[in-house]
Unconditional design. Structure first.
Length: 202
């Protein structure tokens, strides 16, 4: 905690711990670079937002590890994932926010990783997702950049521009599910993947 005062001294009498409490977060640790490990859930939504309708990039702190869920939806129009936690124990969900790039997002996710936005590439995906990896409404043409490991399920849904499964995760614990991707034609990369079933088209 010796870094706490140095990192937060510009905020006068307001401590980092007090600020985190405003966001319903508990401080677990602070790293030398000033980022923090915290416990709690963060939800950013135009429908419901306990954080006064701010966007994630406006958070006055950088999260290293979040012991909880991180959810951003309802057209918050975020431009980058750079401000999101580096690792998360729970779910990481970005839906209807207009992002096109996954770079800067978490490297490890303990729950579900779900992106429902017109991303053009999977580059920047987590290295490891323990539960499910799900991309909906993406605009990528292939799956290059997929996680190295996915526990439970790997799902690609309603990605109209997808033409190839090149880059698909080879280490999927349970099943791969591809649905409503009518332009998909190259299923060759699946030869080395243990899957339950594949659905292409509508």
């Amino acid at each position: 905690m010796r870094y706490l005062k140095k990192f937060w001294e510009s905020n006068g009498d307001i401590s980092l711990e007090e600020t985190l409490r405003e966001y319903n977060l508990r401080l677990d640790n602070i790293l030398p670079d000033g980022s923090v490990d915290v416990t709690g859930n963060l939800e950013f939504s135009s429908r419901y937002n306990t954080f006064r309708h701010i966007k994630p990039e406006k958070l006055p702190f950088r999260i290293n590890h979040l012991e909880g869920h991180f959810i951003c939806d309802r057209r918050m129009d975020i431009s980058t994932l750079e401000s999101t936690p580096r690792s998360i124990s729970g779910n990481f969900e970005i839906k209807n926010c207009g992002i096109t790039d996954l770079r800067g997002g978490p490297e490890r996710v303990g729950g579900l990783y779900w992106i429902k936005d017109p991303i053009t590439s999977l580059e920047g995906s987590p290295i490891e997702v323990r539960q499910g990896f799900m991309i909906t409404n993406g605009e990528m043409t292939n799956l290059v950049g997929s996680p190295q490991f996915v526990g439970n399920q790997y799902l690609i849904v309603n990605c109209q521009d997808l033409t190839s499964l090149e880059g698909i995760t080879q280490n999927v614990e349970r099943r791969v599910h591809i649905e409503n991707c009518p332009n998909l034609w190259d299923a060759a990369p699946l030869r080395n993947v243990d899957v339950d079933f594949i659905v292409t088209g509508k």
